[in-house]
Ligand binder design. Structure first.
Ligand code: ATP
Ligand code: LTN
Length: 333
């Protein structure tokens, strides 16, 4: 067998500055998987075009995200790090899969409903067919596992449905992937509106902690985080969403259990608790920020990483695309 390791693919859109949610919900878990699996981690830049981007900002975010991936511990030798638009097979398979994805199933996607409500003046076809392109991302690499946060589970499920439909029509073509949702950090919520996910495109930057943010700004945001009026540090997401979110963040940043956190702050006000969470996050992010800044000063190195990533990814993707083109009856060039 060519490669006995199971394969992983995942990606993040370079649609803004990465957040604590991107780190705890995604990248940190990716790094932990790189020894055991054959990993492909991409920057989903084509997906960002579903929402209007400022071109120069998109370029800046993309480069910064390459640096951040490496700074978070993704070794470019052990992992294939690449930019989606550098591997044309994504757009090519995306088109084919558009034709095997139903209007009805796309209409049920929560992210489509959320994003069309937020961008009512730009409900474009790409926003609607987004999951078919994401399915192409995954299926091109015959991925076994797709590590994502909770909000992306539905997209992995539709990817499985599309793959099963295609396999049913043409025989075994795609590996059916499984979502992999990490137990800790799968849902980091906004600090100002804890019922919403912390999201890099959030209009309220106060709710969001950015991975490259200065320590004093991080501490200030935690100080202002929304809690409740009962002054008791207890895990109860239903009735105490703000405090429970802070506990999840603290648990993920410090490795402490919820019971240990409750004991540590029993009888204290929220002030001490928020300060401790803020400080733990500052220490968690400090080495990442410093390393990202160092890498951003070395553009030639970053370029060599994403170029070699695109070459390696293209080789794997080309095999699946050729198989699909042949199966659907496109004449070989
Ligand atoms: P956007 O605001 O552009 O939609 P986002 O910040 O919500 O972006 P994505 O790029 O959609 O983040 O997500 C990248 C990965 O990180 C996905 O696997 C997603 O599930 C995970 N992720 C993002 N935000 C969080 C969060 N707040 N908690 C846990 N996981 C998250
Ligand atoms: N839709 C994802 C980003 C994404 C992705 C993927 C994740 C694009 N393609 C393939 C996993 C696998 C998002 O918005 N977070």
């Amino acid at each position: 067998m060519e490669n006995a390791k199971k394969r992983i693919l995942s990606g993040i859109q370079p649609s803004g500055d990465l957040t604590l949610g991107s780190y705890l919900g995604a990248i940190r878990n990716w790094a932990a998987l790189s020894d055991e699996y054959d990993c492909y981690y991409m920057l989903a830049d084509l997906h960002t075009l579903t929402v209007r981007q400022v071109p120069a900002e998109l370029r800046r975010h993309t480069l910064m995200q390459v640096a951040a991936y490496i700074a978070c511990g993704l070794d470019p030798e052990k992992n294939v790090l690449f930019i989606q638009s550098h591997v044309p097979a994504h757009a090519q398979l995306g088109w084919v899969l558009d034709c095997y994805t139903m209007f009805g199933e796309l209409s049920r996607m929560t992210q489509f409903k959320d994003k069309s409500a937020k961008n009512a003046d730009n409900i474009n076809a790409g926003l609607f067919t987004y999951p078919a392109l994401m399915a192409a991302d995954i299926l091109l690499y015959q991925a076994d596992l797709v590590p994502v946060g909770h909000d992306q589970k539905q997209h992995v499920e539709i990817c499985r449905d599309i793959a099963n439909r295609f396999n049913g029509l043409y025989g075994d073509t795609f590996k059916i992937p499984e979502p992999y949702i990490p137990p800790v950090g799968a849902r980091v919520m906004s600090l100002t509106s804890p019922e919403n996910k912390m999201s890099k495109s959030d209009k309220d930057p106060g709710g969001c902690v950015y991975m490259l943010e200065k320590p004093e700004d991080i501490l200030r945001k935690f100080k202002k985080a929304v809690t409740d009026s009962d002054a008791c540090v207890r895990f109860d997401p239903e009735n105490k969403p703000g405090v429970s979110n802070l506990m999840q963040i603290y648990a993920a940043a410090s490795g402490r259990s919820f019971a240990a956190i409750e004991a540590e702050f029993s009888g204290c006000g929220y002030g001490d608790f928020k300060k401790a969470v803020g400080e733990a996050v500052v220490e968690l992010l400090r080495p990442i920020r410093e390393e990202t800044e160092r890498l951003l000063a070395d553009k030639a190195y970053l370029e060599s990483v994403y170029r070699s990533g695109a070459e390696r990814a293209s080789r794997a993707a080309a095999r699946t695309l050729a198989k699909v083109y042949k199966k659907v009856g496109l004449l070989a060039p």
